[in-house]
Every structure is written in C-alpha cells, then in structure tokens.
Design a protein around this ligand. Structure first.
Ligand code: COA
Ligand code: AMP
Length: 632
C-alpha cells in the first residue's frame, strides 16, 4: 500500500516522484544523509510550471483563467502566453537589479500579473515573498524589514465589495516605516485608480515590461529558497516560512494526482488568495506543475453579485476540482440555504470539493455534499507544511472520510499525539498533534534567517517531532481529529491571526491599561477576535468611543483582514491568584460552553462582571439553524 511504502521507504517513494520533474542536475538521493531533500540536484521551478509544457507541445493548452467578479471580466492565458509574459516580467524584475537569491515582495490583488510576478521571480532564481493585500502598512513594513527585498511589486489598487482599496499609499507608508531601504517599486496601474509614482524609485509596470528583455530560466539548487511566506506566530512578529525549490516541486506535483486525482488538462480552482499558502500551492504552483488549468478568481463567494457565483464559475469554465475554505460554503449557505442559485446550473464537470484552512463543521460538509453530489473532502495542513498532511487521497483510491476528522495522514507524514512529557498517547486521547521527523519534501526547512526561532517554535517542544501547534486525537482507525490550537493563534475565515499580536496593538492605545483578546466562535467566520479592554484610571472617554478607536487602531495597524469589530470595555480582567488572565475561561463563556468558576480564580466578582459584559455584547451568538431545521 502506498501509504506504507511512503512511510517505510520514503527514499524510494520520493525518488520515484522526482521523475515528474525536469532537472538540470537530477537528484541522486532523496533525503540522503544531509537532512535536506534532493541536495546536489538543480532545477528551475518556473521551467517546470510553464516552459516544459510548451516544449512538450502543450503550448496552446490553457494555463490560467482569470475570472473577476469585481470587474465582470474573464481573461484566458495559454501556456505559451504565460511563458511569454513570465519571461518579459522576469526581464523587468532583473532590470531592477534583482538576481538569484535576492528578495522581491509582491503586494498585489488577485490579478494575473501577480501570478506572473511570482513565476518570474522563480525564473531568475529570485525569492518572492507575497504579502496579502488585506494587511496594513505596518504589517507590510515588518515583512520588508525581515526579507530585505530589493524590489516591491504592487498594483494601484485592489477591489473589495463597495470600495477600491488604494495599495500604493499603503506601500509608501510601509516603506516609510521600514528600516530597510528598497531600491524600486513597480506599480501596475489598474484602470480603476491611478497611483502616484515617486520619480527615481517607482516604475510603471506596463512601460517597464514593454521595454524588458525576455529572460530564460536559470538553474538553481534544489535546496535554494523559492519563496518566503510570512505567517502569524504567537507574537506580533510574523514567521518567515521558507520553501525550497526541489522538494516543493516534487511534493506539489505528486499531490495533484495523489490527493486531488487531477491530471494535465483538468481545470483546478482554489478559491483562495495568492497571499496565503493555499494560493501559493494550489492557485499557482501545483496546478501549473501538473499541467492543469488554474482558475484565478477575484471576488467573494457571496455579494459579488450573489451566492450563486461559485456555481456560475464552475459551469462557465468546466471546473473539475474546487478547493475552498469552509467559511465560503457557510457564507453561501447562509445567503442561499436551499441552494436555489444552483438550479439550472450545469456543474457536472465537478468531481470533488476540498475544504481546508479551518475546521470543517459536519453541517457544512453535509450541506455541500447534499447539494453538489460529489465527494466533499476536509483536509488539513499549514503554511509551514505547504501541502496537505491529512486528507482522503482521492487519487490513491481512498474514499473513506469520517465527519469531524480531516482524514488520515497523507503518505510521507507520520503523525502522533503526544502528552506534555512527549509520550505517545493511546487512540482517542487528546494531546499535542505532532509529526515525526523528518518532514517530507516541500515542508519548511527553516524560518528565514532564523534557524533558532525555527527550532524553538517547532522542534524543541517534542524532540524528534515537528509540533503542529494543534491539539486533537487519533481514533482507532487512524483518522486524525484536529480540535483546537495549543497556542494563541486563531483562525478567522480561514486566515490565521495571533491574538497576542492584536493585544500588542491594543496596548499601544494611550488610554488602555490592560487587554486580553480571545477567539470567539462565529457562525460565519469560524472565529472572530474579541477584546476585553481595561481603560487606565481616570479616563473619561465613553466606552463606545473607546471601542471605536480600538477597532480603527487594529484596522490601521494590522489591517481589515483581522476582522476586529468587538472591543468590550471592562473595569478589570478576570485573573488567577498568580495574576494570569483567564483567557480560556472567557473564550468558553463567549462560545456558550459550560464554564464553572475556575478554582484558581482571584476575584469572583470581576469574573461575573466580565461574563455579563460578554453577554451584553451578544456572546454567545445565536446558533445557526441546522440543515434539517432549514429543510423543515
Ligand atoms: N485587500 C484589502 N482588503 C481586503 C482584502 C484584500 N485583498 N481581502 C479582504 N479584505 C478586507 C475585506 O474587504 C473586509 O473588510 P471590511 O471589514 O471593511 O468588510 C475584511 O478585509 C475582512 O475580509 P474577509 O475575511 O474576506 O471577510 P468578508 O466579511 O469580506 O467576507 C467571506 C466574508 C466569508 C465571504 C470571506 O471571508 C471569504 O470568502 N472567505 C473564504 C475564505 C478564504 O478564502 N480563505 C483563505 C484561506 S483558504
Ligand atoms: P494556515 O497556516 O494559515 O494554513 O493555518 C493552519 C492552521 O489552520 C492549522 O494549524 C489549523 O489550526 C487550521 N486548519 C487548517 N486546516 C484545517 C482543517 N481542515 N481542520 C481544522 N483546522 C484546520
């Protein structure tokens, strides 16, 4: 069985998988003794994702379909079109002095040029770092300081429902905040908004690319970084997850057939954003490595214009595999509970719906299964891993799924659930979810210029294992059930946020003495951040005004993506006698879970007052109707 082969003889399993990739220097060993995958081998990821399909005679096959619900437009690019665009964009980037090993930050909306820019960096061996457009200037500045890029690629604006988001002022503000100077900013002017360019530093994309020379693919070491992707850590400092070229290409290409059952020519739609790992892996690299057509969708699942847009896009392009976050399905279901907008749509091409990014509640899976009539598969992974670690592998003939579980380990991953002392727990017992080392190819080898942070964050907690930061259990049949985080990371609409990071921002408000941020259950977004804030003594600002200021502060400092809307003003925070804030008790109250008075509680009256304040603020929110109630 392939599961066993991959775990017991991972060397031959992964060496066999290298055959799907073109190499300049083929690997002679998979992991070997070096501890790095495919050390000594050389390749180019862009060649594998683009050029080789043209060389193989598939130049006229569709590589990319851009479907924008925001501008009501569709553009299609063949592999040959993509090759030409990527080669000249690589020339434009190179002309800015960016070469092998240099970093370029891409801060762009969901437009084809963003994908092209990523591939163009890969083409010349530059390391891209894409920053999600919903992050504010301060967050962009942190990433600029860490990655020290020579170049920032951006667009004049992003398009959100009801508003045009000007990106360039955010880039300007980030560059003013950052300590690291950046030589050039290349700006794609979208018709919806013209950005002002700073002479000498800023360049117009269209002009620059028109004057650029087409660049060939350069050979890079399999162990050279392809990209850095920042993700939330437990503090406000983002962690720069490094992805190497060789392991990434091999693993991602393999997942397309093994997990998704997709082959060259299939239409693959990952409805995410290129700023997240799902976008990197399954909008850009994996579908193109496998010769599929990838769909780049600019819009939301609801409201652009309605909850039927997902079905329309599937029908319009003949999508075979859809990948989205459970939040998107919850949003569609909330707007159109009986899926009436599906009526009359021909979505017969769809073979499966994959969900990831947050816990998929069984109700959401049941609703999607009932209406789509295809396998609905929950699968689990993280930015750090780069590809799914738990899944039902359709391509390997696996069909068994279990509600409440994200699946069994994907070949190459060996899971364990450990107690605090690092002992492996029996089936059914809840503990830390860990993965036995070595991690398979494509997973992070380190954090960008922070090897000690990498060890501290992931390897030190359980020697011999990678600590996922999630808690859960493995059942008798080997299904892994992911239940919660063990740290203060929360998951908002599939976006990973640090409550500690939000607390750090709130604490900068001059009128705040203390604060605690919890992730409260939300029927749409899974979780939302809720702050309990204590004003300094003698502050006379009204609670509502203060709350509004705090909401605006988080939006300004972290960005709208934090979805921070609830700041509850209280006179004191509930604490243990040793002074620890009782965040998990507050979270249970906000979620409507039973929460007896904690035994170590310092002051029961404060506790009761905070419980009341949460209730007054509408927590817990009313439970949404179940599927059976809705149908009734
Ligand atoms: N640039 C600027 N702002 C952005 C942005 C971007 N690229 N992406 C999101 N935002 C803003 C939104 O406009 C919104 O601002 P608002 O508070 O002014 O309304 C805020 O960030 C939160 O955005 P979002 O999380 O998208 O929530 P929403 O309320 O606009 O939409 C859903 C709700 C459920 C439709 C939406 O969250 C969704 O589609 N989720 C799918 C999940 C997903 O793709 N996850 C990716 C990981 S797989
Ligand atoms: P990110 O790195 O942003 O992809 O977030 C990874 C985290 O999201 C994981 O550690 C989990 O906490 C959560 N997550 C992702 N997929 C799932 C899933 N299928 N079920 C439960 N939690 C998930």
């Amino acid at each position: 069985m392939i599961q066993q082969k991959a775990s017991e003889d991972s060397e031959s399993h992964w060496l066999a998988a290298t055959a799907a990739i073109d190499w300049d220097v083929p690997p002679s060993a998979a992991l070997g003794t070096s501890g790095r995958w495919f050390e000594g081998a050389a390749l180019n990821t862009c060649h594998n994702a683009v050029d080789r399909h043209v060389l193989d005679g598939r130049g006229d096959a569709l590589a990319l379909i851009y479907n924008s619900a925001m501008t009501s437009s569709v553009e299609q690019f063949t592999y040959r079109d993509l090759q030409q665009l990527v080669a000249t964009t690589a020339g434009m980037i190179k002309a800015c002095g960016v070469g092998k090993g240099d970093r370029a930050i891409i801060y762009m909306p969901m437009i084809p040029q963003a994908v092209v820019a990523m591939l163009a960096c890969a083409r010349i061996g530059a390391i891209h770092s894409v920053v999600f457009g919903g992050f504010a200037a301060q967050e962009l500045a942190k990433r600029i300081d860490d990655a020290a890029p020579k170049l920032v690629l951006t667009a004049s604006c992003g398009l959100e429902p009801g508003r045009v988001v000007a990106y360039k002022p955010l880039v300007d503000a980030a560059l003013a905040l950052a300590r690291t100077p950046v030589r050039h900013v290349i700006v794609l002017q979208r018709p919806q908004l013209q950005a002002e360019l700073q002479p000498g530093r800023d360049l117009d994309w269209a002009v620059s690319v028109a004057n650029a020379r087409a660049e060939p693919c350069v050979s890079v070491a399999a162990t050279d970084p392809l990209y850095i992707l920042y993700t939330s850590g437990t503090t406000g400092v983002p962690k720069g997850v490094v992805r190497d070229n060789g392991g990434h290409a091999v693993a991602l290409c393999w997942t397309m057939s093994a997990i998704y059952g997709a082959a060259a020519g299939d239409i693959f739609w990952a409805a995410s954003d290129i700023g997240w790992v799902v976008g990197h892996s399954y909008i850009v690299y994996a579908p193109l490595l496998a010769g599929c057509t990838t769909v780049l969708y600019e819009g939301k699942p609801v409201g652009t214009p309605d909850a039927g847009v997902t079905w329309r896009v599937i029908e319009q392009h003949g999508v075979n595999i859809l990948f989205t976050a459970p939040t998107a399905i919850r949003a569609i279901r909330r707007e159109d509970p009986l899926a009436s907008l599906l009526a009359g749509r021909d979505i017969a091409t769809l073979r499966a719906l994959f969900l990831a990014g947050e816990r998929a509640d069984p109700e959401t899976i049941a609703w999607a299964s009932a209406h789509l009539n295809v396998p609905v598969i929950d699968h689990w992974w993280q930015t750090e891993l780069g590809w799914p670690a738990l899944a039902t592998c359709l391509g390997l003939g696996d069909r068994e799924a279990r509600p409440g579980s994200a699946g069994r380990p994907v070949p190459g991953y060996r899971f364990a659930v450990l107690d605090d002392a690092g002992q492996s727990l029996e089936p059914g017992a809840v503990g830390d979810i860990a993965i036995e080392l070595p991690l398979p190819p494509g997973c992070l080898p380190t954090l960008w210029q922070n090897e000690s942070g990498f060890r501290e964050s992931y390897l030190d907690r359980h020697p011999g294992y990678y600590a996922t930061g999630d808690a859960g259990f493995i059942d008798e049949d080997g299904f892994v059930h992911v239940m919660s985080r063990v740290d203060d990371i929360i998951n908002v609409a599939g976006h990973r946020l640090s409550t500690g990071g939000i607390e750090q921002v709130l604490a900068t408000h001059p009128q705040i003495a203390e604060c605690a941020v919890i992730g409260a259950a939300d029927p749409l977004k899974g979780q939302v951040p809720v702050a309990l804030v204590v004003p300094k003594r003698g502050i006379e600002t009204g609670a509502e005004v203060l709350a509004d200021e705090l909401v605006a502060l988080v939006r300004r400092e972290i960005g709208p993506v934090a979805s921070f809307k609830s700041a509850i003003v209280v006179q004191a925070l509930p604490k243990t006698r040793s002074g620890k804030v009782l965040r998990s008790a507050m979270r249970r109250i906000a979620d409507g879970e039973p929460c007896p008075l904690p035994p170590t509680l310092d002051d029961p009256e404060t506790f009761e007052r905070v419980v009341q304040a949460l209730r007054d603020a509408g927590f817990p929110p009313p439970k949404p109707q179940s599927l059976s109630e809705q149908i009734a």
